[in-house]
Ligand binder design. Structure first.
Ligand code: URP
Ligand code: ZN
Ligand code: ZN
Length: 472
C-alpha cells in the first residue's frame, strides 16, 4: 500500500519546509514538491505538521516492581503510545536479581510479539553481575539483537547493583561498544533517608521527594560518571530531574566522559506540589527520582532548548491509583512487613511510576512549543531523532529520509482538547494530567506505512509492530 501526503509542513531535526512525501511498501520513497502517484492513498496535510514517528527511549510495559506488576500490556501500551504519536518503544527489560537474563529477555520480547502495534526494542537490565553474566549478555547481544544495557544505582535489595557489579557491567559494555543506561540515585542514602523520615512519622506521599533530594540524584550521576571515566564506557542517564544532576553530567562531559542525558515529560510539566495533594492523591505523582520544584523544571526546558539534554522519554510506569498506589496508604496494613518500620502504609510502599506514554508529545508541544520554550526542531530532535541515533536505530527511525521506515505523524496544531482518564488508552485508572488543556494532536499515525491512527481515532488491530534488531 502507498501513501502520498500532500502539502505538509515537514519538520525534521534539521529543517522545516512545505512539501509532499510518498511512502511505498512501508518505506519513504520520495520527498519533494508536486509529487503524484496514481495508486496511493492521498492525504491532504495542508496546515499540518509532518513529523518522523516519535521514539520513547524509556518505557516500562511489563514491570514486576515493589510487590506488584505494572498495569499496561503491549495491546494497551502500544495503542496509547500511537494515539500520542509515538511509533517506537524502547522498553526496560528488568529481571529480578535471581532471574536468568536470557530467559528474561525472551519473556519480555514474548510479551510484545504479535501484540505490539509499535515497533519496539529493549534495554537489557543488568540486575546482577556474576561469573555467568558476561556469557549471558554476549548471547543476548548476538542472538537477541540488543545493544543497550540498563543498570539501577537505586532500589537497594531489589533491582539495584553494587559498585563491583557496576564496574564489571561498564567494562563489559566498553569492550563491546554497548551503551549503558542508568538510573542514578545513591541507594544507601535513599534507604537511610526513608528510615529517618518514616521513624519521624513523615509517612505521606509528600515525603517521597525529601527522601531522595537532588543531592542524592547528583551523587548518583557523579558516581556513574566516575565509573564511566575509569572504564571508558558510553553512558546514558535516564530520567534526569534536576539542576545538580545535569551539572554533574555536564562536568563529566567536559572531562571527556561519553554521557547522554534523558529527561522525561513529567519533570517538565509537573512539579513537587502535586505530591502534596490531599487525600493521598499525591501518590499519583510518586516516581523516582521525584518530581522537583518548578525551578528545576524551568532549567530542564532551557537545557533541552540549548541541546544539553539529548532526549525526552516518559519512563511510563503505570500503576492504578485505587489499588496499587494505595499499597502505601496508612490504612493499608497488607504490606507492613515490607517497609522500614514494619508499621502499615507509608510512602516507601507506593509503587513508583507515572503513566505517561500517551501524553509525551502533546505535553512537549503544548507546554514547550506553544509556550516558546522549545522550537519544533527541538521537539523532533529530542523525542525522535536523538533517541534513534543514540540507540542505533537511525536513519531507519527518527528521520524523514528516502529509505527510512514510513513511521509518520501528521500533527494537527489547531486541535484543542483535554487529557482525561475517561478518554486515554492507557490501562490505568487515573491520569496524572487529568483536565490539562492540550493544543495539537496526532491526527494520522503510521508504522512502516500501516495507518494506525486516522483523524485522531484508533485504526489499528494489534500486532502490527516488529522487533527492531540492533547490532553494536
Ligand atoms: O519511578 C519510576 N521511575 N518507576 C519506574 C522504575 C524506574 O526507576 O524507572
Ligand atoms: Zn529509574
Ligand atoms: Zn524507568
Amino acid at each position: 500500500m502507498s501513501l502520498l501526503i500532500k502539502n505538509a509542513t515537514i519538520v525534521t531535526a534539521d529543517e522545516i519546509f512545505i512539501g509532499d512525501l510518498l511512502a511505498v511498501a512501508g518505506v519513504i520513497k520520495e520527498i519533494g514538491a508536486g509529487l503524484s502517484s496514481p495508486d496511493a492513498e492521498v492525504i491532504d496535510a495542508t496546515g499540518k505538521y509532518l513529523f518522523p514517528g516519535f521514539i520513547d527511549p524509556h518505557v516500562h510495559i511489563y514491570l514486576p516492581f515493589m510487590g506488584t506488576v505494572s498495569k499496561d500490556d503491549y495491546a494497551s501500551g502500544s495503542k496509547a503510545a500511537l494515539m500520542g504519536g509515538t511509533t517506537t518503544l524502547i522498553e526496560m527489560c528488568c529481571p529480578a536479581r535471581n532471574a536468568d537474563p536470557v530467559e528474561a529477555i525472551r519473556l519480555w520480547k514474548g510479551n510484545a510479539t504479535g501484540i505490539s502495534s509499535c515497533d519496539y526494542t529493549f534495554h537489557m537490565g543488568v540486575t546482577r553481575f556474576d561469573e555467568t553474566t558476561a556469557e549471558s549478555l554476549d548471547a543476548i547481544v548476538r542472538d537477541e539483537g540488543i545493544t543497550s544495557l540498563k543498570v539501577f544505582l537505586a532500589y537497594k535489595g531489589a533491582l539495584g547493583i553494587d559498585d563491583r557489579e557496576l564496574y564489571e557491567t561498564l567494562s563489559f559494555a566498553a569492550e563491546r561498544g554497548l551503551i549503558v543506561t542508568a538510573h542514578c540515585e545513591n541507594a544507601e542514602l535513599v534507604a537511610e533517608m526513608q528510615k529517618k523520615l518514616v521513624s519521624e512519622g513523615k509517612t505521606g506521599p509528600e515525603w517521597h521527594e525529601p527522601s531522595r533530594p537532588v543531592t542524592v540524584e547528583a551523587e548518583g550521576c557523579h558516581h556513574l560518571m566516575t565509573f564511566a571515566e575509569m572504564t571508558g564506557a558510553e553512558v546514558y542517564v535516564v530520567h534526569t530531574s534536576c539542576i545538580p544532576a545535569v551539572e554533574a553530567i555536564t562536568a563529566a562531559r567536559a572531562r571527556g566522559v561519553k554521557a547522554h542525558i534523558e529527561t522525561v515529560a513529567s519533570y517538565l510539566t509537573l512539579d513537587s506540589s502535586y505530591a502534596e495533594l490531599p487525600n493521598f492523591e499525591g501518590a499519583k505523582y510518586v516516581m523516582s527520582p521525584p518530581i522537583r520544584s518548578k525551578e528545576h523544571g524551568d532549567f530542564l526546558w532551557e537545557k533541552l532548548a540549548d541541546g544539553t539534554i539529548d532526549t525526552v522519554g516518559t519512563d511510563h510506569a503505570p500503576f492504578d491509583f485505587k489499588t496499587q498506589k494505595r499499597m502505601g496508604h496508612p490504612e493499608n496494613a497488607l504490606d507492613a512487613s515490607m517497609n522500614a518500620t514494619g508499621k502499615p502504609g507509608d510512602f516507601t510502599l507506593i509503587p513508583n511510576g507515572i503513566p505517561s506514554v500517551e501524553e509525551r508529545v502533546k505535553l512537549l508541544y503544548t507546554d514547550g512549543v506553544c509556550e516558546g520554550k522549545i522550537d519544533l526542531q527541538t521537539l523532533v530532535r529530542t523525542a525522535s531523532t536523538n533517541p534513534a541515533k543514540i540507540f542505533g536505530l537511525y536513519p531507519r527511525k527518527g528521520a524523514l529520509e528516502v529509505g527510512s521506515d514510513a513511521d509518520l505523524v501528521i500533527w494537527d496544531p489547531e486541535f484543542r482538547g483535554e487529557i482525561s482518564v475517561t478518554t486515554h488508552s492507557m490501562a490505568t485508572d487515573y491520569s496524572a494530567f487529568e483536565g490539562k488543556a492540550i493544543k495539537g494532536r496526532a491526527d494520522f499515525v503510521t508504522v512502516r506505512g500501516q495507518v494506525l491512527v486516522r483523524s485522531g481515532e484508533w485504526a489499528g488491530s494489534g500486532g502490527e509492530g516488529e522487533f527492531l534488531v540492533r547490532v553494536p
